[in-house]
Structure formats: C-alpha cells, structure tokens
Design a protein around this ligand. Sequence first.
Ligand code: FMN
Length: 204
Amino acid sequence: MNILHIDSACLGDNSASRQLSAAAVEALCAGAQASVVYRDLSAAPLSHVNGPLMQVMRSEWNTALPMNAELSAEALLTESLLAEFMAADVLVLGAPMFNLSVPSTLKAWLDRVLLQGRTYDVGPDGRTVGLATGKRVVLVSTRGGQPHEMLADHQESYLKAVFAIMGVAQVDVVRAEGIALGAELRAQAIQGALRQAAQLRVAG
Ligand SMILES: Cc1cc2nc3c(=O)[nH]c(=O)nc-3n(C[C@H](O)[C@H](O)[C@H](O)COP(=O)(O)O)c2cc1C
C-alpha cells in the first residue's frame, strides 16, 4: 500500500493538523505493508500555476513561446506531483481551514494535480469523469472556530468536490474544531480527533 502524506499547515510545531495527519498515517500503517511518501507544502511551497505551464501540461504548447529552463523544471515538477498522487492508494491530507477555505499552499498543489486529461476528463455530455479512481482520501480537517460561526464551509466541502471530480469514492474525515477557542476546547478537539485517527485501518 502506498500512502501519500501531505501537510499544509504553516504554524509550525503547534499545528494540530500535523499531529493528526501523523497519527492517521501511523494508524493506517499498523499491521499493513506500507510505503509512505511525505510532502510538506508549507516548508516547500509550490509556485502558482501560470499560462505557459498550463499549455505545456495540456499539450497545447504554443511554439511562439520558447521553452526555457524554468518552465521545463516546473513541467517536470508537475509531472512528478501527478505521478506521486496517482501512485498513492491512500492520500492523508492535512488541511486546516484558512479564511473559510484551504491554505493557499494546498490550493497551489491542487492546481497542479486537478488537471483535465490527467486526473479527470470531461465527457461528451459535459460531465466530469474521474481518472484517479480506486484511491482513498483521509482528510484531516482542523478549524479555529465552530461550524455554526461559519458563513460557509469552503474547506471540507471544497476538497470533497475536488476529489469527487477525480473519481475518489472514499473520503474519510478526521476533524478537530474549536482549536482557537481556548486550551480546554483545543485539547478536547484534538483528543477526539486522535481517537478518530486511531481507528483508521486499511480495508481488507
Ligand atoms: C491565515 C489563517 C486563517 C484562518 N481562518 C480560519 C477560518 O476562516 N475559520 C476558522 O474556523 N479558523 C480559521 N483559522 C484557524 C485555523 O483553522 C486553526 O488554527 C487550525 O488549527 C490551523 O491548523 P494547524 O493547527 O494545523 O496549524 C485560520 C488560521 C490562519 C493562520
């Protein structure tokens, strides 16, 4: 079993999502033959995608724009990110809520892997067809507040929509909310989420 473990939190050692994503990986590895690839999107952020890179990735290369070393390196990096994701049986994704959505570092990764023709296609009827089927995503969701205080959730619901487009049928959520509402609520939330994480197992 191949596990891709990704963190995107930027608050360092105090990060709840990093603690929880590590616990999720540990539980999944228990009793299973697993190989783990780790990627830290905060320590090694990806650049934003741009027009030439998208042209290259979509094989719509405009010969009027010469390939240069930087573009070539970004295209190779994107290929390796795609290969890393496609090789994973399980993606454990640490995804805190930042301003109702996900950290921009995570969005930059999604822009590299949510690619038409690679992880999804669009059928003649305009519907998307996922090409990254057979995977499982463990979504580690942390939030400073409580759901009732939120005008909208563009974090978990957004990520579920993204993985649905790619054809991922199983998304398990490990969630800790109220992280910023005092030490007691934070500790309770993390303990509850650690219990959820500890129950994760590989099917079969
Ligand atoms: C830039 C930023 C924006 C945030 N926006 C929200 C938000 O919109 N809603 C919320 O409930 N918490 C918000 N938080 C709090 C984080 O979701 C919370 O602290 C979470 O635990 C961070 O993940 P971490 O503990 O893994 O670092 C925000 C934190 C930061 C740093």
